[in-house]
Design a protein around this ligand. Sequence first.
Ligand code: TRP
Length: 326
Amino acid sequence: MARRVFSGIQPTGLVHIGNYLGAIKQWVDLQYDHECFFSIVDYHAITVPYDPKQMPKNTFDAAVVNMAAGLDPNKSTIFIQSHVPQHTELAWLLNTITPMGRLSHMTQFKEKSRMFREGINAGLFNYPILQAADILLYKATLVPVGEDQVQHIELTRDIARKFNTTFGETFPEVEPRLSEAPRIMALSDPTKKMSKSIPGSYIALTDSPEKIKEQIMKSVTDSGPQKDVPMGAGIANLFMLMQEFSPPDVYQRFRSQYDEGTIKYSELKKTLAEDIANALTPIREAAQNLAKRPDYVYDSLREGAHKAQSIAKRTMAEVKLRMGLI
Ligand code: TRP
């Protein structure tokens, strides 16, 4: 039987090519031979300071851009987390079997606590329990995520085991699935990861060809290939992007020119910018079309929530029965 897949999408307002290669692309591929659930996790997003006025737009945009990039409501169940109240209901129950010590060791919690000194709330601390509930509610066994989420998936597995040994076999074994895509670095500073919070570092999925060209032409490289000096991080990053977005022979040609020392970075950048623009044009256009049809987008999300809820209800009934809640 096809495995059930779950992943959560943060409604952060901007999706860049690093997110696309690292996450969305593998979700799109999984849809063809797995039963997939993708949730826009608005309950997770509110655990750090945020603007409630921006939230509806961010949530809508997350749905639009992911659908435009290939998440298909006819193949997968795509929904907004807060539309399925069983997520928080199960999270409460799982709270009671999760040791506080485990939560205080979560890297993401420690990082976010450092970043948002003022706003550290119980929700941020309990965030991984809600994530475990997201996954276990659907008894998903495969969770495609980035490296930074592996610790949360391991915690999910431990919570499931604890539940099973305490209350009886209920949840299956959960496994993270890491993308094989390379880590895309910031165009403006290739020692850091591409990030929407570093201006000039990223190309958004909906950027125009002109904007893409501007960003790539500005990207940091070095003074050129030198004998016995390893390739600089900036140019290595551009080659990585070329491998993802350009035809193999184009990549090979520039690679050979690099090895021979005849490469012109400006030409590589021009070609790369065109190839990225070509690859992103269908996504940008699909996003523009979806944005003009908000009713279609909201209807799909509501339908997704409905499908999700029918499974979520069954799991909750089973969990409550096992826990002695009548
Ligand atoms: N915490 C994840 C992130 O920051 C998002 C997420 C929420 C998630 N629930 C999930 C990912 C369940 C996988 C499974 O990216």
